[in-house]
Ligand binder design. Structure first.
Ligand code: PLP
Length: 398
């Protein structure tokens, strides 16, 4: 008797994930690189600046200590939570209880992905910004929640309009993701916006999860506030921080959630069934980064700022209308008339060998834009500008 082959078709929850819009660009890029083309990648949001030596040395020393080789505590080392408390107090003037209001994460993406499992029942609505970080949607779908998109429009300065969310959606809404400084638009929120968001969430019984992955990545001394600075925010919000972008530590996987104690306990419950904490040597290196990383951070911000100025000026010289981002290492740029986001990204790749990210990959409201990441050296930015200039006025029909 012949055996029936086992079928591994994706289950419904995976089928619901949106198609990966960058697949075609990834494939073409690999093809060009294989052909020996000099491809300039302005697509990925991953710092090219290496992690500072003092952080690596802290890891090295901690990795040699056998005490750090065993399972870590699920809720993180007490010393790490105390360090986060001190950092948060110093940075935002907000006191956190290190035992109840701080939860270390294996990178903030881990917390974002797991949070819907911790707070949503199947069929409940999660409000997500569009364009936005794709994990808000996929985390919601894994928890069998219903994503409802809040458009971030240029005419609203890339803030959601809470007033247009229908009543029946609100009645079923349990969770809302926000993200400022914003990826991909680079918009920064002020405290007044967070006050409005907290009042709205309290009124409708919604938990806000504020993704603050770029909290420290602001230029010219601008300080992005924490949503927890708002009076009453702890009753209705958690906030997710990351060491990834701040200290060039994307590969290390360390971040933390702060805020509502009840919600953090639920998230900790999910996590305790899925992971067993962060490697202690990384926790120790992370403490070092939070305690002594300010100078390195400022040095790196200067580098990004110089790249930003070079890129913005270069595009302006070519006649493009482009705003200088006040935060993040992204430029969110309108696509010239006559192209869709994907068409422009493909043309840049094929004709100029320059990778940019098409805006529609962040949601339908990203259509009409593309994102450039400042995570390459100035010489590469100049080379990319040069290639665009040589094709000018082909792409510059403003
Ligand atoms: C990079 C990024 C994250 C994830 O950061 P990790 O801490 O490395 O997981 C989360 N949110 C946004 C908006 C990001 O751009």
């Amino acid at each position: 008797m012949t055996k029936q082959p086992v079928s591994f078709d994706p289950p419904g929850r995976l089928k619901k994930l949106p198609p990966y819009l960058f697949a075609e660009i990834d494939r073409k890029k690999r093809e060009l690189v294989a052909k020996g083309k000099d491809v300039i990648d302005l697509g990925v949001g991953d710092p090219d600046i290496p992690t500072a030596d003092f952080i690596i040395e802290a890891l090295n020393a901690a990795a040699k200590n056998p005490r750090n080789h065993r399972y870590a505590l699920d809720q993180g080392m007490p010393e790490l939570r105390q360090t986060i408390r001190d950092w948060f107090q110093h940075r935002f003037g907000v006191h956190l209880d290190p035992d109840k209001e701080i939860l270390p994460l294996i990178g903030s993406k881990e917390g974002i992905g797991h949070l819907p499992l911790a707070v949503l029942d199947p069929g409940q609505v999660c409000l997500i910004p569009d364009p936005g970080y794709p994990v808000y949607r996929s985390g919601t779908l894994f928890a069998e929640g219903i994503p409802y998109t809040m458009p971030l429009l240029e005419k609203n300065r890339y803030f959601p309009d809470f007033d247009i969310i229908p009543t029946d959606v609100l009645q079923n809404a349990r969770l809302m993701f926000l993200n400022y400084p914003n990826n991909p638009t680079s918009q920064v929120a002020d405290k007044a916006f967070f006050e409005k968001a907290v009042a709205f969430a309290l009124k409708h019984g919604i938990l806000i999860a504020h993704d603050a992955a770029y909290s420290e990545m602001c230029y010219e001394g601008l300080k992005s506030p924490s949503i927890l600075e708002v009076h009453g925010a702890k009753d209705t919000a958690v906030e997710l921080f990351s060491l990834s972008k701040t200290y060039s530590m994307t590969g290390w996987r360390i971040g933390f959630a702060v805020g509502n104690a009840q919600v953090l306990a639920l998230l900790a419950k999910v996590k305790s069934n899925l992971d067993s904490g962060i490697f202690q040597a990384i926790q120790i290196a992370g403490m070092k980064a939070l305690q002594e990383g300010q100078m390195t951070l400022e040095k790196n911000l200067k580098i990004y700022q110089e790249r930003r100025d070079l890129l913005v000026q270069g595009f302006r010289d070519l006649g493009w209308k482009i705003e200088a981002p006040r935060a993040t290492f992204y430029c969110w740029i309108p696509v010239p008339p006559g192209y869709t986001s994907s068409e422009l990204a493909l043309k840049f790749l094929e004709e100029l060998n320059v990778v940019v990210t098409p805006g529609n990959g962040f949601g339908p409201n990203g259509e009409g834009y593309f994102r450039i990441s400042l995570t390459v050296a100035e010489s590469r930015i100049m080379e990319a500008l040069d290639r665009i200039k040589k094709s000018h006025p082909h792409y510059c029909k403003f």
